[in-house]
Design a protein around this ligand. Structure first.
Ligand code: ISE
Length: 336
């Protein structure tokens, strides 16, 4: 079996992390090309990782015959065009979240893939591959705790760049918990309310951080999420599921407890690369293995579309200060 020849579009923080991952930790795959508008950055990365081509135009990378499959790690606004190019060239693609920035373009991507009659798109909702989340999902699905009624989620970043505005907190950060809730409950989110509590004074005027979201699932279950992207301390992601006969919590960060200098404690990871490093490794390895079989093995384009629809309603809720119904096409009508 030939190695899968991978091209990566966008080598900022996440794309560079994936490039290193593919080169050093993933079997059955080889990084052959990268593309980024910041040419010096792309060139430096390519040189540091070995014999990797830099292809300036991302669409040329997709069409290049030396590339079998693509990882998209460019900013969300570029995804729609790049995903369409992957579909036109029949190239399997692992696309970082969000699938696209709005519901309409996400639905167009779902429809275009459906027309091809073959699933080529997997969305990078990496929490599904984190061993703790996977164990939580297995426990809830086993029915041991009875039916799951509530989810309490916490999602905190140490800091984000100054360009990260209120809407991005919904589309770029909260979107992870949108997927977690849909996945753990195996249900759609019918209604979303995003509250803007008193904002931290440590961000620019007008940025609504933290945010507190409530998802009402179609079945009536509820999930709440605190998203706080300028928490200052470090990266913290937790989820507690409350079920009929018990609760289960993951992400407590109690890996190694130390005692020294009259104090005890552990380490709060700096960012998602540290916290979800294993999840990313598992995600990419499983995507590579599934691609070799002509399949995908993770969140689908539909999952990306559903998350985009929830986030669109979430942004509206944040702006209008009221609960907003999620408008989702009927899956059976779109996918037959
Ligand atoms: C970033 O894009 C991620 O995906 C991280 O997991 C999330 O914590 C962060 O808020 C996003 O900006």
């Amino acid at each position: 079996m030939q190695d899968l020849r991978i091209g990566i579009i966008g080598v900022g923080v996440m794309g560079a992390d994936h490039a290193e991952r593919v080169v050093r930790r993933i079997s059955g795959a080889r990084l052959v090309a990268i593309s980024d508008p910041d040419l010096p950055r792309a060139t430096a990365l390519a040189e540091s990782l070995g014999e990797i081509r830099v292809i300036e135009d991302p669409l040329a990378l997709v069409g290049d015959p030396s590339v079998d499959a693509v990882i998209i790690a460019s900013p969300g606004f570029a995804h729609a065009e790049q995903l369409m190019a992957c579909l036109e060239n029949a190239k399997p693609v692992l696309c970082e979240k969000p699938l696209t920035m709005d519901t309409e373009s996400s639905l167009r991507v779902v429809e275009a893939e459906h027309k091809l009659g073959r699933q080529l798109i997997q969305v990078g909702f990496m929490r599904r591959f984190d061993p703790e989340y996977a164990a939580l999902k297995q426990l809830l699905d086993s029915g041991e705790l009875g039916r799951t009624l509530l989810l309490h989620n916490v999602h905190r970043n140490k800091t984000v760049s100054a360009s990260f505005r209120s809407e991005m907190i919904v589309r770029d950060s909260l979107v992870h918990e949108v997927d977690v809730a849909r996945w753990l409950f195996d249900d759609e989110i019918a209604r979303i309310t995003v509250h803007a509590p008193k904002p931290t004074g440590l961000v620019a005027e007008g940025v609504l951080d933290p945010q507190f979201a409530v998802f009402e699932m179609a079945s009536g279950a509820i999930a709440d999420v605190e998203v706080f992207v300028n928490f200052q301390v470090g990266y913290e992601v937790r989820c507690e599921a409350v079920a009929e006969k018990g609760s289960a919590t993951i992400g407590l960060g109690v890996d190694v407890l130390t005692r020294r200098g009259g104090q005890w404690g552990g380490v709060v990871p700096e960012d998602y690369r540290a916290r979800f490093g294993t999840a990313y490794d598992i995600e990419v390895q499983r995507w590579v293995d599934a691609t070799a079989r002509g399949e995908i093995d993770g969140p689908t384009a539909w999952d990306g579309y559903a998350a985009a629809a929830v986030c669109t309603a979430g942004v509206q809720s944040l702006q209008e200060g009221r609960p907003v119904e999620v408008e989702l096409a009927r899956k059976s009508e779109v996918l037959g």
